[in-house]
Write a protein that binds this ligand. Structure first.
Ligand code: GDP
Ligand code: MG
Length: 202
């Protein structure tokens, strides 16, 4: 039998700017309110090598982000720092390392129906300037590729969220030990997932 979507899990990290902007509660609230369940959570100051490994868990990510960054330089009419996507991708990772280790982050494991795409929908697109209103990145921050690239830094967008189920599985293992994730029931799941909704009336 295929895995039921309600047991899907994903990784969210509130980046140092999210912690500094006092948005931990607001961000957690958005995931809780939609019905998702927090199954692991901790605060940490990551090391640069832990961040580097995180962004290399997907063997293609560095090249893809490099290609994306080169396109955005060209779109702006600026010459990219290199034509090699791997070199530009490596530069993005260097910037991300500085960003992630600048202060504490909150690492969260989230479980619930379609956790990976649900969380990405709530988080919004990578660049806050173009993230939809109503998403976390669209509502609470105002960074852009233009500003980040001008200042040679990573885009400040408050949150990391796994991009696919495969990434989520690897990233959860990278940030949490097995016994740090807790399987438990939430009362609200009776309403969210019960097939017949027949246990309410006395
Ligand atoms: P995400 O999944 O929406 O977080 O986006 P990506 O996985 O493509 O990139 C990871 C993070 O790297 C983003 O959240 C940004 O903080 C940063 N980033 C990605 N692409 C760029 C870029 O082209 N320029 C800059 N300055 N930062 C970037
Ligand atoms: Mg990503």
């Amino acid at each position: 039998m295929p895995k039921h979507p309600k047991t899907d899990r994903t990784l969210v990290i509130i980046k140092p700017d999210g912690v500094q902007r006092s948005l931990i509660g607001e961000i957690l609230g958005r995931f809780e309110k939609v019905g998702l369940k927090i199954v692991g959570m901790k605060m940490a100051v990551p090391t640069p090598s832990h961040v580097e490994k995180h962004y290399n868990l997907d063997p293609n990510w560095k090249r893809l982000v490099g290609e994306k960054a080169i396109q955005s330089y060209i779109k702006k009419g600026v010459k990219p720092p290199s034509d090699d996507p791997l070199k530009v991708g490596a530069q993005v990772i260097e910037r991300l390392k500085k960003y992630f280790v600048s202060g504490p982050v909150v690492v969260i494991a989230i479980e619930g129906a379609h956790a990976v795409p649900m969380v990405r929908k709530i988080v919004g697109g990578t660049e806050p300037l173009s993230s939809d209103v109503g998403t976390i990145r669209g509502d609470f921050v105002l960074d852009s590729y233009v500003m980040a690239d001008t200042d040679n830094r990573a885009i400040r967008n408050l949150i990391h969220a796994s991009g696919s189920e495969t990434d989520a599985e690897k990233e959860l293992k990278h940030w949490f030990k097995k016994d740090e994730l807790i399987s438990y029931k939430l009362i609200s799941e009776q309403i969210l997932y019960d097939v017949n909704m027949d246990g309410l009336l006395e």
